[in-house]
Structures are given as C-alpha cells and as structure tokens.
Ligand binder design. Sequence first.
Ligand code: IMP
Length: 179
Amino acid sequence: MKEVQILDKRFREYIPEQVIQGRINELASHINRDFTGKEVVFVGILNGAFMFASDLFKKIDLKAQITFIKLASYTGTSSSGAIKELIGWNEDLRNKSVIIIEDIVDTGVTLEHTVNNLIIRNVKEIRIAALFLKPAAFTKNIHIDYIGFEIPNDFVVGYGLDYKGYGRNLPSVYSVISK
Ligand code: IMP
C-alpha cells in the first residue's frame, strides 16, 4: 500500500486513481442520460472540486457550461462551520438547470449554503454531484443525486482535496493514518 507524508500527518492510499476515474465515467453517463436534450450549467465549488469538475466535465455530452464559486469552511482537518465566500456568483442562472459539483460532502454546511444561493437566484432545477460523501458527518436533509463514493468519517487528501493546502495534486485519494 502506498503511503505519503504531508506535513505532520501520514496517509495511506485508499481509492486508487483508476477506480476514481471509472466511477466518474459512470456518473457522467448517468448525467448524460438524465439530461438528454437539456442545457445544463455546472457550478463547481473551489478549491477542492477543480479536479473532479474537470474530469467529469470532459465526459459530459450535453449543451453545457461550467462556472465556479470559491468557498472555504475548513481549517486543517475540521470544518469551522462558517462559510466564507471568496469568489461569488457572477453568472445569470435564472431558469437554468444547474448541477452543483462538490468534491466532498462532510457536514453539508457548504452544500446547504450553495443550494440556498441557487434557490434565491431562481434557477429552474438543482441537482448535486459529489465525488465523496461522509454519511456519518452529514447533518443536512438535502438529496444528493450523483454520489461517487460513500466513505467513513476519516480525513482524506488527494484528487483535489487538501491538508493545509497540500496534497491536492495526488491522482489517488489517501486516508489519514491515525496514531
Ligand atoms: P462541509 O461543509 O462540512 O460539508 O465540508 C465541505 C468541504 O470541506 C469540502 O468541500 C472540502 O473542501 C472540505 N473537506 C471535508 N472533508 C474533507 C476531507 O476529508 N479532506 C479534505 N477536505 C475535506
């Protein structure tokens, strides 16, 4: 098993690159099937979702646009609960079918913030694609339409996800080794 050291923590490979890519292909096929003939705007949540958004969007075979918002709620390995909007909304999304692209849903605070922002923008419909969901941490009553992997409540890095800003470049996902 591959291990990596990031700052003071050690991580072990948890989901290899090929498994992630295979699952993204499946999610893209579901979206392509569900939205056949429709126009869609994808909204990626930065920073973490940049890699998932890029790989997913390449597999989308629809009339589609993509835009990004930048939110921050995490400090180190735990969610602060408060959302900071670092890059906001500048697209007119009225009457659009929107698919939110989130890297990982933990407590769901970030997702709820994003959904509420879309509701007040009078979009036509909202769907959610999340590569990872931690069901044990999720506190919100929000339906997630496309889930890549349900994972335990452990801290993970790689494939866009970071520990204190590092580890996003790893093509596989690694889980922290608790000592
Ligand atoms: P939530 O608002 O608690 O659902 O947290 C969502 C955000 O926290 C994600 O978009 C990530 O940026 C970050 N996050 C949650 N869990 C992890 C993790 O295990 N590793 C790295 N970042 C995480």
